[in-house]
Ligand binder design. Structure first.
Ligand code: IMP
Ligand code: MG
Length: 192
């Protein structure tokens, strides 16, 4: 018998959907307003951590009316598919000049806090006018170093999630929603 056609075939690999496409769109519109209110008429230098923050950055930038400069940075992988296995490091020095600029650092998810603690430390040494952080997701229960983001899309429980930029072994980034990856598809099977 023919399978019922799903909106996206990868939905079958999700245990549950945690954030729908509609909820993401609505939250991004409101985040854009919060950010505009915080910065007034100031120009913002957005520094986006790729690959994970690519989709979030592309959508959020269009919801921010301020003048924006954009650059992307890459962190050397310090995880295997689901687990933290070392220290995060910047792959190249920051390409855009951030001295005396209002820097808004963007990432897909705030988990142990190691990545954003390291990157904000590097940026602070470059004497920005200010530095604030914006994350789509916050897994607050998983923090290993203290870190809070000024702008948070959604607080989520301690589950391994994929979609809307978040990956498992580089897959699922193109899912329009965010969901928990089925535990039997996670390798190693336990997310701890
Ligand atoms: P942190 O340094 O532990 O805060 O990790 C942040 C990075 O870990 C994120 O930018 C993601 O690349 C990755 N990460 C953490 N949790 C998840 C998840 O549930 N799904 C996919 N990637 C995750
Ligand atoms: Mg990432």
């Amino acid at each position: 018998m023919a399978r019922t056609l799903k909106i996206h075939p990868a939905h079958a690999d999700l245990e549950t959907i945690l954030v729908t496409e509609t909820a993401i769109k609505r939250r991004i519109t409101r985040l854009g307003r919060e950010i505009a209110k915080t910065y007034g008429d100031e120009e913002i230098t957005v520094v986006s951590i790729i690959n994970g923050a690519i989709l979030f950055t592309a959508d959020l930038l269009r919801a921010i009316p301020n003048p924006v400069r954009l650059d992307c940075i890459r962190i050397s992988s310090y995880r295997n598919e689901t687990k933290s296995i070392g220290k995060p490091q910047l792959v190249h020095s920051l390409p855009l000049d951030v001295t005396n600029r209002h820097v808004l650092l963007m990432d897909d998810i705030l988990d142990t806090g190691k990545t954003l603690a390291m990157v904000t430390g590097v940026i602070k040494k470059l004497n920005p006018a200010s530095i604030k952080t914006c994350v789509l997701l916050d897994k607050k229960g998983r923090r290993e170093v203290p870190f809070d983001a000024e702008f948070v899309g959604f607080k989520i429980p301690d589950k391994f999630v994929v979609g809307y930029g978040l990956d498992f072994a580089e897959r699922y980034r193109n899912l329009p929603c965010i969901g928990e990856l089925r535990p039997d598809l996670q390798n190693p099977p336990e997310w701890a």
